[in-house]
Design a protein around this ligand. Structure first.
Ligand code: AMP
Length: 415
């Protein structure tokens, strides 16, 4: 780690600094402090950083600076991302941070017509952000050429491996000149990621700012024991609390997400659901409505968790615990972004105790239990206590409503 305290210390081009000022960023985040100088010096970088740490700017800012200084013509930078949502966010970041530069960015992703993407590629953008499958199709149809790429970024590389994109990624990378700079970002550092890095990076500098699988300290995490049949009522109760500004609710299945959304709507709460069965345009519409505050609650499945970068999510609610403990970290990472505070509530029924234990083992933290809610399940709470090492010490909410539920009822949300 180095001692750089402000963006000016990186010697970034003035147009980039101006965009950073426009965004109101005062100081670089840890990952930015560590990665930006290494990237600017031309080295390959392998970084472990989670979303919410400012990792996108950590690669966008130096890339824009370098591409601008070197000049050049044609497609010179490629960013591969696992999900369409992330691709769109990264594209937006390049446009935002590059708004005072003449560089052009475009995005290609699946789920939408190729025509617009093909004509955007004909306009010879400088930077391309892409999901692997669609890009490979376009390369095979000779609509995209990567022989002038100078900088390659593999963003959320662990997720790309999880989602089975490794063959597509390898096929794409095989067409990129070996004399390039490669940056690999991953939330976790597994042997598979290390293998990928050793195949694709040259003498990389390792940058790790957040320990893998940690939750931002500003997230207030709690578990609520509740029977499966009462989860819907508990959720409505919580969402009607006046301090819920914007809530992201997670389910394990798409079907449950849709059912839950209908349940919330029936109870006067404006909600939408986002999952992989929806069209890309449908997902973008839901995200935009959530971002603009037209809906208060978004119900999502895990596959969507990493792609959601909406500011001001006050609550992440795990209606169902994730099967894979790491997804807990990604879900909870949607709140308390860029230093803000956030609340993460996990509903746990009797069948989910082992998932809870898996999560607590991973994050090395025993989630405090809230027992003062109207739908507390003594069965589930007792089961947890049977698990060796779990104290399950309860905490109380600040105030309680007429039914002993989540009180302070004024200002029902989402009407
Ligand atoms: P990311 O980890 O790239 O998903 O970024 C998370 C959020 O942090 C985004 O909404 C960025 O706009 C914001 N962000 C990035 N860098 C900074 C910074 N230095 N100061 C404040 N916010 C930032």
């Amino acid at each position: 780690m180095n001692s750089r305290k402000c963006f000016e210390d990186f010697n970034l081009t003035e147009a980039v600094l101006r965009a950073i000022r426009d965004e109101g960023y005062r100081q670089p985040t840890d990952i930015q402090r560590a990665a930006i100088p290494e990237i600017l010096s031309g080295k390959d970088v392998m970084a472990t950083a989670q979303t919410g740490t400012g990792k996108t700017a950590a690669f966008c800012l130096p890339m824009l600076d370098m591409l601008q200084r070197r000049k050049g013509n044609g497609l010179r930078a490629l960013v591969l991302t696992p999900t369409r949502e992330l691709a769109l966010q990264v594209e937006t970041s390049f446009r935002t941070y590059g708004r005072h530069l003449p560089l052009r960015t475009t995005v290609v992703l699946g789920g939408v017509s190729t025509n617009v993407q093909v004509s955007a590629l004909r306009n010879r953008p400088d930077i391309l952000v892409a999901t692997p499958g669609r890009l490979l199709d376009l390369i095979r149809q000779k609509h995209a050429r990567l022989d002038e790429i100078e900088i390659l970024v593999l963003d959320e590389a662990d997720r790309m491996l999880d989602m089975g994109f490794i063959h597509d990624v390898r096929a794409i990378v095989s067409g990129i000149p070996a004399a390039r700079q490669t940056l690999l970002f991953s939330a976790t550092l597994s042997p598979e990621i290390a293998g990928l890095a050793s195949d694709m990076l040259k003498n990389p500098v390792y940058v790790a700012t957040t320990p893998p699988a940690s939750v931002a300290v500003k997230v207030d995490q709690k578990v609520l024991f509740v029977d499966q049949a009462d989860k819907g009522s508990l959720l409505v109760d919580i969402l009607q609390r006046s301090d819920v500004q914007r809530a992201l609710v997670f389910t394990r299945t798409k079907h449950r997400a849709d059912r839950l959304m209908r349940h919330l709507s029936r109870n006067g709460i404006s909600a939408d659901a986002i999952h992989s069965n929806k069209t890309q345009n449908g997902r973008q519409r839901s995200l935009a409505a959530f971002d603009k505050g037209r809906i208060t609650v978004l119900v999502a499945t895990d596959i969507m968790a990493r792609g959601i970068d909406v500011e001001g999510i006050s609550h992440v609610i795990n209606y169902e615990l994730p099967n894979d403990a790491e997804n807990y970290v990604h879900r909870v990472g949607r709140t308390a972004r860029a230093g803000a505070a956030g609340i993460a509530l996990s509903f746990c029924d009797a069948s989910e105790i082992s998932m809870l234990r898996g999560i607590e083992k991973l994050i090395k933290y025993e989630l405090p239990a809230v027992e003062g809610h109207a739908f507390h399940s003594t069965t589930a709470a007792a089961l947890r206590k049977q698990v060796p090492g779990a104290s399950g010490r309860p905490v109380q909410w600040r105030s309680f409503g007429p039914r002993g539920g989540f009180g302070r009822r004024p200002g029902r949300l989402g009407r």
